[in-house]
Ligand binder design. Sequence first.
Ligand code: NAD
Length: 243
Amino acid sequence: SDRLKGKRAFVTAGAVGIGRACALAFAREGATVFATDIDDKGVALLTKDGIAETARLDVRDTAAVEAMAKKVGDIDILLNAAGFVHHGAALECSDSDWDFSFDLNVKSMHRTIRAFLPGMLARGNGAIVNISSAAGVFKAAPNRYVYGATKAAVAALTRAVAVDYITKGIRCNAICPGTIETPSMLDRAAAAGPNGRELFVSRQPMGRLGTAEEIASLAVYLASDESAFTTGVAHIIDGGWTL
Ligand code: NAD
C-alpha cells in the first residue's frame, strides 16, 4: 500500500468512473492526490476517502489549467481522464461535434501536459498517464467516428511526449480500456434500448464489463517506479474485446 509513497498526483475528471478510481487508488498507494472535475461537488466527496485536495477544473479552459498548475505546484504523476464519447458515424458528426470532442479529449491533455511538464522537467521526474481507448487505437467500433479519431490522437500525443522527453526523466503512457462500467457507459447502454446493457456486455468476450478499479490498477503501475522501463506505450486492457 505504499507503491506511490511520497509522490504527488494530479487527476482530471476525477468525480466518477475511471478518473475517480485512479484518484482513490493513487491515494491508497500513498500518493498525495489532487483531484479535479467540472463536477466540483462530486469530486469534493473524495476528500473523505483520502484525497488530499479537490477543485473545480474545466480542462477545456487553458487559462484555468495554467492557473491550477501554478496553484498545485510540483507533481510526480499526471493522470488525464477527461473524455467524451460522441455517438455517430462521419455523417452524424458536425463540425462543432468534431471540435468539441477534440477539445475535450485531446487538447485537454495538451493543456495539462504543457502546464505541468516544466515542473516535472525541472526535477527530472514525471509519469504521465493518458486515458485513451481500445476503440480507435486497436479496433474500429461502430458509431465511434470522432471518438476513435480523438483516442488515436491521444495515443500519438503520448508517444510524442515519450520520445521528446525520454532522456529527461519523463515517462508518458496511455491506457486503452475496453467497455468499462462507469456512469456515462451505463447512460450509453440505456440509450441503446432496454437490452442496452446486455448489448454492451455481449461485445466483451469475457461476458462481463470491466471495472474502473481494474483500469486504476494499471494506472498505479504506470504511475509508479515499477514501470520505470516503460514509456510511450498504448496499454490495452479490454477483457479480450480485440482478440
Ligand atoms: P464518465 O464519462 O462517466 O465521466 C466523465 C467525467 O468527466 C465526469 O465526471 C465529468 O464531469 C468529467 N468532465 C466532463 N467534461 C469535463 C471537462 N470539460 N473538464 C473536466 N472534467 C470534465 O467517465 P469514464 O467513463 O470513466 O471515462 C473516463 C475516460 O475513460 C474518458 O476519457 C473515456 O473516453 C475513457 N474511456 C472510457 C471507457 C468506458 O467504457 N467507460 C472505455 C474507454 C475509454
